[in-house]
Ligand binder design. Structure first.
Ligand code: CA
Length: 227
């Protein structure tokens, strides 16, 4: 499951893109300007940014330049400009792709998949986690013939922790992964799922694979390896 930020100041356009990407299975964060997006970059592990060029404050092109200096995050630029110069400028900046408004949602989701594949960011689908093999596509966790028997929520939490490598993921973020309407659930349900995960993934030596960041969230004790 990829984590995508949609940076767009027009609320309706941003929410519509975000909704379509959530329905396509992405974890989506919304940012109305560059400052919010910078905060997201610090707080969460993002795979890709969908960036509108027409933003208040710092414009999208300058931000794209800044992003490229600092990271190799996937970058898809969205703009009203359809002229070739605009397209060339965006690609020159190191954007992975370029879409002209109005955005066709299916096309955007397809472009994101293609960017992740081309750039080698697509995660190997099988990961080694302690004694377990996690298949992110088949959504299985197994050890030889034995399956960990995770529920949907437990697997979604594990997949998000794997995605973050060994970085901390906040309980709020984990809650948004398991619940489409977070207000219906509460953060305690994240703790319950994590404790069940720990029990089901119990290592022979008793060491847990998941560490607690007290008062904040959880992380894997060690980054998973590709299988
Ligand atoms: Ca805009």
């Amino acid at each position: 499951m990829y984590s995508v930020a949609v940076v767009e100041d027009e609320d309706l356009a941003r929410k519509a893109i975000a909704l379509s990407l959530r329905e396509a299975g992405y974890t989506v964060h919304e940012a109305s300007d560059v400052l919010v997006c910078r905060a997201l970059l610090r707080q969460t592990s993002l795979d890709l940014i969908v960036l509108d060029l027409g933003l208040p404050g710092m414009d999208g092109l300058s931000f794209a330049r800044e992003l490229r200096r600092e990271s190799d995050i996937g970058l898809i630029i969205v703009t009203r400009r359809s002229d070739p110069e605009g397209r060339v400028a965006a690609l020159d900046l190191g954007a992975d792709d370029y879409l002209v408004k109005p955005v066709h949602y299916g096309e955007l989701a397809a472009r994101i998949r293609s960017v992740m594949r081309r750039s080698g960011r697509e995660r190997g689908r099988r990961k080694i986690l302690g004694r377990w093999i996690v298949d992110l596509e088949a959504r299985t966790v197994s050890k030889g013939a034995e399956s960990a028997g995770l529920t949907r929520g437990e697997f979604d939490i594990l997949a998000r922790l794997i995605q973050a490598q060994a970085k901390i993921v906040s309980r709020q973020e984990l809650l948004s992964v398991i619940s489409r309407s977070p207000q219906e659930a509460d953060l305690r349900s994240v703790d319950v799922l994590v404790s069940r995960l720990r029990r089901k993934l119990n290592q022979l030596d008793g060491d847990s694979l998941i560490a607690t960041a007290p008062g904040f969230g959880y992380r894997l004790v060690a980054a998973p390896e590709r299988s």
